[in-house]
Design a protein around this ligand. Structure first.
Ligand SMILES: Cc1ncc(COP(=O)(O)O)c(C=O)c1O
Length: 384
């Protein structure tokens, strides 16, 4: 008999599309990968050089880098003017295990945790794996697909927790600072614990995103080297826990994951100093965003919330299809442009949305646009 948690965890449909994309590439088709949210640039050069030096000299074992924890702690003072002690930083193998750690420190089976729909699919599935009930809040274009304090205040009964993501995946929208403060105030008043996913911090196109720690010192903060630092394959991230949860988090970390790879920790420390290179990537994403925002209306895709950060555009294609997976597959087969269907992010409305990830080079975005404009125009004519 299959266990309940395994039965309920859904697959990531973008993976199936990506598999098809690689098959088509193997058969000779030229593919542009805009289906996954990962930088195509690789780790900063100095971080790679540091890793090569370490490979030559260190035996490598279970290890937690004290300098890296201190450097991460300092980044909270530098970026958000909040004080975080190095002991509050749990080094993890990316944001994904940091979530499991955070959720297992805060919640028990049967608890209810609110989150925005659309949202990153692993939130819902990590909750379910831990037998925590996801309480999805429908966040539409009017809210720029983001949680609001009013929506949280209206939940009856109050959930035990909430997951906040700003900038968010799949939309790239940021919660404005005053709304973030209101969200924290509602949570304080109603006893709702906050887990804040700040994995896209550093990747904003206007004002930088604010940390939940600025408005709630008890919030648990998830972050990673996968996005801004362009080190997804190095599997390194962190969780910030408040002082009263340090021992609980350390116990879980030791039992579930031990430590992240030593090599990645050495490289991650150096990556913090590679600002020029990393800001260059951000400038590329900003250019790509602008190119897509200019081109999407010509494809008949004007129902979007322009992203404030990250590297995604989530577009409503409901006038063309009620089957976003089929649309993504046809787009891929006909043009070689791989995208992600909205059903990965929203089980209710996602059938009429597509996510474009623009974490690729600008020439590739230009080429994708060149191929997609006539394809979407032809589809619009057929659908009219
Ligand atoms: C919003 C969000 N959180 C967490 C993750 C997981 O990232 P990591 O590679 O750090 O495990 C992703 C990956 O795409 C993401 O988009």
């Amino acid at each position: 008999m299959r266990s309940r948690s395994i039965a309920e965890v859904e697959p990531f449909h973008a993976i199936a599309l990506s598999r098809l994309a690689w098959e088509l590439a193997g058969a000779g088709q030229d593919i542009i990968h805009m289906e996954f949210g990962q930088p195509s640039t690789g780790a900063p050069k100095a971080a790679i050089a540091a890793a090569q030096r370490v490979l030559a000299t260190e035996a490598m074992g279970y290890w937690e880098s004290a300098p890296l924890k201190s450097r991460i702690a300092r980044s909270y003072a530098d970026n958000y003017s909040v004080e975080v002690a190095p002991e509050q930083i749990m080094l993890t193998c990316g944001a994904s295990p940091a979530f499991v750690l955070a959720l297992s420190c805060l919640f028990a089976p049967g608890d209810r945790v609110a989150l925005a729909r659309p949202g990153y699919v692993a939130y819902r599935n990590s909750l379910k794996t831990l037998y925590i009930e996801p309480v999805e809040i429908d966040c539409g274009a009017a809210e720029r697909f983001q949680l609001t304090a009013d929506a949280l205040a209206a939940l009856d009964p109050a959930p035990q927790g909430v997951i906040v993501a700003s900038p968010a995946n799949p939309t790239g929208t940021i919660i404005a600072p005053d709304e973030l403060a209101r969200v924290a105030a509602v949570c304080r008043a109603r006893g709702i614990a906050i887990v804040s996913d700040e994995i896209y911090h550093g990747l904003a196109f206007g004002d930088p995103a604010r940390s939940m720690l600025e408005v709630d010192p008890h919030a648990l903060i998830v972050n990673s080297f996968s996005k801004y630092f362009s080190m997804a394959g190095w599997r390194l991230g962190w969780l910030v826990v408040p002082p009263h949860l340090v021992e609980a988090a350390r116990a879980r970390m030791g039992n579930l994951y031990l430590t992240p790879p030593e090599l990645a920790q050495h490289a991650g420390l150096v990556a913090f100093e590679c600002v020029d290179e990393l800001e260059g990537h951000r400038a590329t994403y900003a250019r790509n965003r602008d190119l897509l925002l200019d081109a999407l209306p010509a494809m008949g895709l004007s129902r979007i919330a322009p992203p404030d950060g990250a590297f995604y555009i989530y577009a409503d294609v409901g006038h063309l299809t009620q089957d976003s997976y089929a649309l993504c597959e046809a787009l891929l087969r006909d043009t070689g442009v791989a995208t992600a269907p909205g059903i990965d992010f929203d089980p209710v409305e996602g059938h009429r949305f597509v996510r474009f990830s623009f974490a690729v080079s600008t020439p590739l975005v230009e080429e994708a646009i060149r191929r997609m404009v006539p394809w979407f125009s032809a589809l619009s004519v057929r659908a009219a």
